[in-house]
Design a protein around this ligand. Structure first.
Ligand SMILES: [Fe+2]
Length: 391
């Protein structure tokens, strides 16, 4: 018996030594957010507390190891952050320019008073593999080419199939139109559900714009949403100008009344949507919006098709503002099937295209037309749409 206990203790001890010997590793691969003509933010995660940085190099023939590269650290108020989720904003970049980059995290093994100690480093490969690479936006850009996926619900296999169904090398960015996870009880659900797949397929070189679905509002970690998907407004609703297009990304919140038992007394979306409507009013009166030849709204919950509370709130609070704003197209998800609703059916001043959870929208917006290919997982184009721009 003593031998068995000693043996178990040894195995446990070996396990602990092994655990302590393992190196820091990435739990979420790098992905790009908020790429503008002069800035880009890189986000990733590690399994241990670390300080983090990104090195950038020009996109030339030199080896990444040719010289010390410019470092940008993950900092707040002038000090390096220690944590497992890392954000580095690269700023002062040249418009319309390609950059190579490498991501680093060094484990912090101790941080007590004046005693800070460091462990191993995790870094993206520039030796056997190629450095990561992205380009800043060009101010001369007019036409925009992007793709839209929604309602993946952590099915990363289907997500990969949909991205691979189009030529993602040709798009400027992706739009993820909500319900990418089932909930955010753990942040790892976002990493494993779609973020790591995004990084492998496109997100180290092309950014994505996230639209919050009702399922991203759920779970004990859902209040960390903005840490994963930072925006210019500090809220999940925001507007971006990309070439000729102004995108307005709206957050419909939850679909049932705030008092529903499913929300455990924690929902307060009625007030949230009222505040969002105030922001929307200002946004559709802004120079960025008014000067855009093409105006596209993305919102997870469509404002048609049922009489659930969240939908009725969208109809009451957002639609009157959008109806007068000269919107060219609204893109939605949520119902897990394709549906097109024209103005005659809805009574709204713009068409609504609802994407299913098994198709990807491949969209070009240029020269007064928005063209949409709706493709299945096997790459077959199932439907085609063409929308004239109003101005
Ligand atoms: Fe949904």
């Amino acid at each position: 018996m003593k031998k068995i206990i000693a043996c178990i203790a040894l195995i446990m001890c070996i396990g602990m030594v092994h655990a302590n010997d393992t190196r820091i590793r990435f739990t979420c691969l790098p992905y790009l957010q908020n790429v503008t003509d002069t800035e880009a933010t890189v986000i990733w995660a590690t399994d241990r507390d670390a300080v983090s940085w990104v090195e950038i190099a020009p996109d030339d023939d030199s080896h990444f190891y040719a010289t010390d590269r410019t470092k940008y650290f993950d900092t707040t108020l002038g000090k390096k952050n220690i944590g497992t989720l890392h954000h580095v904003t690269l700023h002062g970049l040249q418009p319309g320019t390609a950059y190579r980059y490498r991501v680093y995290s060094q484990e912090v093994t101790k941080n007590v008073e004046k005693d800070t100690r460091y462990g191993s480093i995790a870094a993206t490969d520039v030796y056997r593999g190629k450095p990561l690479k992205f380009s800043t936006m060009s101010p001369d850009k007019h036409g925009v080419h992007f793709a839209v996926v929604n309602d993946i619900h952590e099915n990363s296999g289907r997500y990969a199939n949909l991205i691979q169904a189009i030529d993602s090398a040709k798009i400027d960015f992706m739009v993820l139109n909500g319900d990418m996870v089932n909930n955010l009880d753990t942040i790892a659900q976002a990493y494993n559900g779609f973020l790591n797949e995004s990084s492998k397929l496109f997100a180290t070189s092309k950014p994505f714009y996230m639209v919050r679905g009702n399922h991203e509002t759920r779970g004990t970690q859902s209040q960390k949403y903005m840490d994963l998907f930072p925006t210019g407004t500090g809220n999940p609703y925001y507007a971006v100008r990309y070439g000729d297009v102004c995108f307005v990304m709206l957050d419909a919140g939850e679909d049932k009344p705030d008092s529903d038992i499913e929300y455990c007394g924690l929902a307060a979306f009625d007030r949230y949507r009222t505040d969002e409507a105030e922001w929307l009013k200002e946004t559709v009166g802004s120079e960025m919006f008014l000067s855009a030849p093409i105006r596209i709204v993305c919102i997870h919950v469509p404002p048609v098709g049922s009489n659930w509370h969240g939908l009725l709130e969208v109809r009451e609070k957002f639609i009157p503002i959008l109806d007068r704003a000269g919107i060219d197209l609204m893109l939605c998800g949520h119902i897990h099937r394709h549906r097109f609703v024209d103005s005659d059916e809805s009574g709204f001043s713009f068409p609504i295209l609802i994407n299913s959870n098994r198709e990807i929208l491949d969209i070009s917006a240029e020269n007064g037309t928005i063209s949409v290919d709706v493709s299945g997982e096997d790459g077959t184009i199932n439907k085609r749409f063409s929308f004239p721009v109003k101005r």
